[in-house]
Design a protein around this ligand. Structure first.
Ligand SMILES: *[C@@H]1O[C@H](CO)[C@@H](O)[C@H](O)[C@H]1NC(C)=O
Ligand SMILES: *[C@@H]1O[C@H](CO)[C@@H](O)[C@H](O)[C@H]1NC(C)=O
Ligand SMILES: *[C@@H]1O[C@H](CO)[C@@H](O)[C@H](O)[C@H]1NC(C)=O
Ligand SMILES: *[C@@H]1O[C@H](CO)[C@@H](O)[C@H](O)[C@H]1NC(C)=O
Ligand SMILES: *[C@@H]1O[C@H](CO)[C@@H](O)[C@H](O)[C@H]1NC(C)=O
Ligand SMILES: *[C@@H]1O[C@H](CO)[C@@H](O)[C@H](O)[C@H]1NC(C)=O
Ligand SMILES: *[C@@H]1O[C@H](CO)[C@@H](O)[C@H](O)[C@H]1NC(C)=O
Ligand SMILES: *[C@@H]1O[C@H](CO)[C@@H](O)[C@H](O)[C@H]1NC(C)=O
Ligand SMILES: *[C@@H]1O[C@H](CO)[C@@H](O)[C@H](O)[C@H]1NC(C)=O
Ligand SMILES: *[C@@H]1O[C@H](CO)[C@@H](O)[C@H](O)[C@H]1NC(C)=O
Ligand SMILES: *[C@@H]1O[C@H](CO)[C@@H](O)[C@H](O)[C@H]1NC(C)=O
Ligand SMILES: *[C@@H]1O[C@H](CO)[C@@H](O)[C@H](O)[C@H]1NC(C)=O
Length: 731
């Protein structure tokens, strides 16, 4: 890449001969987009699709994919799953191929949500023997859409960029091409607590190299970029335990979301159509709180970066994301951008929670003493405050919609969009795209791994937020939510958040006025075991045994349903799930087919009827408090800190250190640009003999703290690192 080379040379960094090798095809610097790409001819082609709130059209390629497989692959999958329908007392051929259109939604919540998503999908996957035997396996195969947000976007992206393997192969590796998620390697300090260890520094070095390559190309970066790169090491396919700390592969750099249509499984039509969700804060607002429901919510498909929010109602060709357009045109027809839609950056954008980390802290720091909490929040605050002025706490996207719809589109006047974690507006479940009316979904399956209550169980907060946004903001461009309990307290007391529940079973109109929502929440094991699945969002490391127990527990609950007042699986749950999935087919044919008696029985047990709400008391012996299944690593600090607290602490400290290092690196880099000719100054960072590396070696990062961070009172940072280390020794 000549431009990078030139800039590095200008910066006066010594490049030794052995570092200048031919660019390989597989390089962490492939994270840099290409600028100055020839644009399409704007007189005949548009990169923007505009539609009206009243008549929202889908991208033609999406329609082609979804409709193309609906009457072929999906129809066959229904027949495989339900057979001739006789087990449900239906005659399937009476439906004449009018099967419901199904979508799956996987919410946010970091690695907990990603693992919950994986475990639940394994219980719905026809390729999994026990799921198939239970009758639940098959729902995944009939799905037309799949949406993910934040941690949910990681499992979504991971499935696609590893060519749609089974969950077992995806998460644990298959001993061949797939290397697994490796969640036992800490997300932000993979070589362990010593962030200054050689391997950790190699890791940060590679990550920064990617990010700086992007910045050198001329696209503003932010803390979301290193985050995106760390995500790629686990969820994309080029990283294994042997190359983790090397530059031997690109570690996912260069893999583009817009390349999904080339992935073999997609080409064969065996995957649902993926969409991930990201929020925006009004550009220039500097908001650091949770968002109101008003700001635009975006979706990223393999074809488009778009919003079906009525006030925008437009989409942009994803291949050209990163291009500044005004009224749909680039200022310079030879200066378009490609390669901005890095798979890691798409997942990172959807998980860009940095601007409101304090709100997340509100959820997850409950185990802290107030002094611990204050200290760490103070450090985070200082770090983030220093970058916030540079809008470095959001995902920076050149605004392709600049100039469009000035009367309604809030960011019409802005040249950049400030994108955030898809849960920032309170909608932790990526429901929005699935309720878009033109997509016509009949059934929406919620793979609900949200952590709402103090024990990290869901309590309806996300669904309530979406129901309200649909009815107050999205209105007639979207379907409405079926009736649900009105408050989190009602979700708790009715027990619907602790068992499979179907919402919207009995619409009053034909066609139905809302989709049927199948709700599969993260909940305590039905058999009364201790739960291992309600971990904190900031738990960023999982020993392998924990991941295994986690997935097995979720899988078991997913295929089991519940038996009222008992702790045993419901042998009919598979049938009941089939009843729910296929129910809307009955009303698509004339005359309408009556609901069968076995399905009516199922609906009595699993449907939420607002007039006769169920009760939590039907769910006995559910243990709510997390029990760490792998406490070995903690024995030495027991008595010093509670187990859960330590885990949260470890995750949070990792995050703090990570952010500190990366922000340090970024700021240092910016300063380097400012002083590009001041070689001596830069060389001051090289306080040992390492003058040959592109970047100063490890120990230098601590110097950046002292010299280059521009943070007020940086001395508050250093003592805390020391204190962290102290936790490792016995009290
Ligand atoms: C990656 O690309 C950079 C810049 O083009 C080059 O200097 C470096 O040698 C490449 N690394 C590998 C491992 O190919
Ligand atoms: C348009 O971009 C190309 C490629 O970067 C550049 O060579 C050219 O000078 C630019 N034209 C204008 C008018 O800025
Ligand atoms: C909606 O858009 C479609 C496709 O662009 C067009 O065929 C149809 O006439 C439009 N309908 C209305 C009511 O505007
Ligand atoms: C799929 O089949 C249904 C029922 O036969 C039909 O109404 C619909 O038009 C078909 N869709 C496509 C895209 O072929
Ligand atoms: C199912 O319906 C089809 C078409 O309506 C009919 O031909 C067939 O005989 C029915 N099968 C049974 C078992 O009733
Ligand atoms: C099915 O899923 C369970 C739970 O994740 C797993 O233990 C089992 O190995 C899976 N079976 C297959 C065939 O993948
Ligand atoms: C990794 O993913 C990329 C992009 O999807 C693909 O081209 C490549 O073949 C994959 N590699 C392996 C080993 O699966
Ligand atoms: C990979 O490259 C980056 C940038 O030159 C460097 O900081 C890092 O140490 C390298 N990793 C290894 C293992 O050499
Ligand atoms: C946001 O921060 C920037 C940079 O500090 C400042 O110029 C701008 O006025 C701030 N905007 C608001 C609405 O406070
Ligand atoms: C994006 O634009 C290019 C150039 O016009 C075109 O070839 C491609 O099909 C477009 N992609 C999508 C998804 O619209
Ligand atoms: C949409 O635009 C209208 C007109 O500017 C405005 O009144 C309304 O508040 C906007 N809606 C949202 C959700 O921002
Ligand atoms: C539900 O979750 C919210 C956070 O999303 C929390 O503030 C509230 O206390 C919880 N309420 C109940 C009843 O669990």
């Amino acid at each position: 890449m000549p431009s990078l080379f030139l800039i590095l040379t200008l910066a006066g960094l010594a490049l030794s001969q052995d570092i200048i090798t031919l660019p390989s095809q597989d390089n962490v610097t492939d994270y840099a987009p290409s600028l100055n790409v020839e644009c399409p001819d704007f007189s005949t082609t548009s990169l923007i699709r505009e539609f009206t709130p009243q008549n929202q059209s889908l991208h033609p390629s999406e329609v082609q994919y979804v409709e193309g497989r609906f009457n072929t692959t999906v129809q066959a999958a229904w027949n495989t799953w339900l057979g001739d329908g006789s087990a449900l007392s239906y005659n399937l051929s009476a439906f004449q191929g009018h099967f419901p259109k199904v979508g799956l939604a996987i919410p946010g919540g970091g690695l907990r949500a990603a693992q919950f998503g994986a475990g639940c999908l394994s219980g719905l996957d026809a390729r999994n023997d026990s799921a198939k035997a239970a009758g639940t396996g098959g729902l995944l195969q009939v799905a037309s859409y799949m949406t993910g947000l934040s941690g949910g976007s990681w499992v979504t992206g991971s499935l696609f960029f590893n060519n749609w393997p089974t969950i077992k192969d995806l998460v644990y590796g298959d001993g061949q091409n797939l290397d697994g998620w490796k969640l036992d390697l800490p997300f932000v300090s993979p070589d362990g607590d010593d962030v200054f260890s050689e391997d950790n520094q190699y890791f940060y070095g590679s990550i920064l190299w990617s990010v700086i390559a992007k910045a050198d190309a001329g696209i503003d970066t932010s803390i979301t970029d290193p985050w995106a790169r760390a995500i790629s090491y686990h969820f994309l396919n080029q990283t294994n335990r042997n190359n983790f700390f090397t530059n031997a592969t690109a570690h996912g750099a260069g893999q583009l979301w817009s390349d999904i249509p080339n992935i073999p499984a997609f080409q064969q039509g065996i995957t649902p159509f993926p969409l991930i969700v990201t929020d925006s804060r009004p550009a220039g607002s500097n908001l650091t709180t949770a968002l109101s429901p008003l700001p635009i919510v975006y979706e990223i498909s393999p074809f488009e970066f778009a919003s079906f929010d009525p006030n925008l109602s437009a989409g942009m060709n994803l291949s050209y994301a990163g291009t500044h357009l005004t009224n749909g045109k680039a200022d310079n027809g030879s200066a378009c951008v490609k390669g901005f839609d890095q798979a890691g950056f798409m997942m990172g954008t959807s998980a860009s929670l940095f601007n409101q980390i304090f709100d997340f802290a509100h959820n997850t720091l409950q185990g802290f003493s107030s002094s611990d909490s204050n200290t760490f929040i103070y450090i985070l605050q200082r770090q983030l405050r220093s970058v916030r002025t540079r809008a470095d706490d959001v995902a920076n996207w050149p605004n392709p919609f600049h100039g469009l719809k000035p009367d309604t589109f809030e960011d019409s006047g802005s040249t950049w969009l400030e994108l955030l974690d898809g849960a920032s507006n309170g909608e932790n479940i990526p429901y929005g795209p699935l309720f878009v009316k033109s997509r016509g979904l009949d059934v929406i399956v919620t793979i609900e791994g949200s952590a709402d209550d103090p024990n990290n169980w869901p309590n309806g907060t996300g669904a309530i937020a979406t129901a309200s946004r649909l009815s107050t903001i999205l209105l007639s461009s979207h379907q409405q939510f079926p009736p649900i309990p009105q408050t989190p307290a009602d979700w708790v007391s009715t027990g619907v958040r602790q068992r499979a529940t179907f919402f919207g079973c009995d619409p009053t109109q034909t066609p139905a006025e809302y989709p049927l929502v199948i709700y599969l929440p993260n909940s305590p094991p039905i058999n009364g075991d201790n739960p291992v699945t309600n971990t904190g969002t900031f738990t960023l490391t999982y020993p392998l045994e924990h991941t295994q127990l986690f997935l097995d527990q979720v899988h078991f609950n997913t295929i089991s349903g519940f038996t009222p007042n008992d702790n045993t699986p419901d042998p009919n749950f598979g049938l009941c799930l089939q009843c729910a999935a296929v129910d809307r087919a009955r009303t698509k044919v004339t005359p309408v087919v009556a609901r069968s008696s076995i399905c009516s029985q199922c609906f009595q047990q699993y449907c939420y009827d607002p007039l006769h709400p169920p009760s939590q008391s039907e769910l006995p012996n559910r243990k709510l408090v997390f029990v760490d299944p792998t406490p070995q690593g903690l024995t030495k600090v027991e008595g010093f800190l509670g187990a859960n607290k330590f885990k949260l602490l470890g995750g949070l400290i990792g995050l703090v250190v990570f952010i500190a290092l990366l922000i340090g690196g970024l700021i240092w880099w910016k300063k380097r640009r400012d002083r590009e000719m001041q070689y001596n100054r830069v060389n001051n960072f090289h306080d040992d003999s390492d003058t040959t590396g592109l970047w100063p070696r490890q120990q230098r990062y601590s110097d950046y703290h002292a010299e280059a961070y521009e943070l007020p009172n940086t001395q508050h940072v250093e003592p805390k690192f020391t204190e962290v280390k102290a936790l490792d020794s016995p009290p």
